[in-house]
Design a protein around this ligand. Structure first.
Ligand code: XIL
Length: 379
């Protein structure tokens, strides 16, 4: 039995290698990976996946796309149906983040009904491929089911609903989750608590501490994180997180990490102060992480990025990775999808795109090589 499994893995690995190795040829007509990729493919160095290039104390992850719908947008389900996608997922990464499958509207679609199947499948895949899982997310203003958002609950009921949800979901995956994004996007850009968040609005910001306490009881081994976008440069939003983190730690709340999603756009300049931001949280004794990195750009007419845009994109990816590598306890680096084929970016940011490290056919962009070479040099 064991032998058969080993053989299966070897075959998969070989075909993944072949699939990747022939791609520069397919991509040659486009302004893609260029001369350096051709040279590397000749040298054979491109066969080393990201996960093996990385230092041992840094997890390299991706969001895992699966089926469903949100804002009238239907998603495909590559995790289940796209075999090359699964191959690359298993080969390149040693951490997996369900992109949607653990969000309330997916996992808790009715008040008394949970739907664990899609999340279970990812957790199982991760185990089979030597990957850890980042749980995402427990306390958020978005992608909540209508029964929750529109229900008329007393404060006591709402609190009980959140507590039960956390114990049920975190408890189900107890011992199998590396990090949970317990609280997601809880501050506005001005550093005030986000009143769109039903729990914060109805129950007050103290609910954040409770969510961490409940999650810790449900899975004492999981590292519990604050997670947000727009925290790549210093400013009032970062200040708010720093103040909250200090308060939670002073109150002995089980907070273990602070993460930057790092959804970047080339419109706003390189994230050249990110290391400094992460260091402030490292100094508090917290882990830090990059959880949702992508780098979108304005697409020229015809939709194909220029070679220059691709170089800039690669530099952004590298800057974020360098920031993580520069900070002692930055222990997880996740990109929000690895192929443009399933990226959320064109859906949410019309006219921007090409935000991931691989083209739709999984061939590699300069950003991929920038990550891999930076990891290898840090190892
Ligand atoms: C996005 C997903 O990628 C999309 O598929 C979904 O339609 C909307 O949410 N911040 C987060 C992620 O914390 O959960 C979001 O993911 C992107 C922004």
């Amino acid at each position: 039995m064991i032998k058969a499994i080993r053989v299966g893995v070897a075959v998969l690995a070989t075909s993944a290698f072949l699939a990747v190795a022939v791609q520069p040829v397919q991509a040659a007509g486009r302004a893609t990976t260029g001369a350096s990729a051709d040279r590397e493919s000749r040298l054979g160095t491109r066969t080393q996946p990201l996960r093996w290039a990385a230092p041992h104390d840094l997890r390299i992850g991706t969001a895992v796309a699966g089926g469903g719908h949100h804002l009238e947008q239907e998603y495909p389900d590559p995790f289940t149906y796209d075999r090359p996608y699964r191959r690359v997922l298993g080969r390149e990464f040693n951490s997996a983040s369900p992109e949607n499958q653990m969000k309330w509207e997916f996992i808790h679609p009715e008040r008394n009904k949970y739907n664990f199947k899609p999340a279970d499948a990812i957790v199982r895949f991760a185990r089979q491929h030597g990957q850890v899982v980042r749980g995402h997310t427990l306390l958020w203003h978005s992608q909540n089911p209508a029964w929750l958002q529109e229900g008329e609950f007393t404060k006591g009921e709402l609190r009980a609903i959140l507590k039960e949800h956390i114990f049920t979901v975190v408890g189900r995956y107890r011992g199998q989750i590396h990090q949970w994004d317990v609280a997601n996007e809880i501050f506005n850009e001005n550093g005030e608590y986000r009143q769109e968040n039903i729990f914060i609005r109805e129950l007050g910001p103290g609910i954040v501490a409770d969510a961490f306490r409940w999650a810790h009881r449900a899975d004492p081994k999981a590292q519990l994180f604050l997670n947000d976008y727009g925290v790549d440069w210093p400013g009032v939003k970062v200040d708010a997180y720093e103040a909250l983190a200090k308060q939670l730690l002073a109150d002995r709340v089980p907070l273990h990490g602070f993460a930057s999603q790092a959804h970047l756009s080339m419109r706003y300049g390189a994230p050249d102060q990110l290391a400094g931001v992460l260091q402030r949280f490292d100094d508090l004794g917290l882990y830090t992480a990059i959880t949702e990195l992508d780098v979108r750009m304005d697409l020229p007419e015809g939709g194909v990025p220029t070679a220059e845009q691709l170089q800039t994109q690669a530099a952004y990816y590298k800057t974020v990775l360098d920031a993580c590598l520069a900070v002692e306890d930055c222990n997880s680096f996740t990109i929000w999808g690895f192929t443009d084929k399933y990226s959320w970016v064109p859906v949410f940011f019309p006219s921007e795109g090409a935000a991931t490290v691989m083209w739709e056919d999984f061939s590699l962009k300069p950003a991929y090589f920038a990550l891999r070479d930076t990891l290898a040099a840090a190892r």
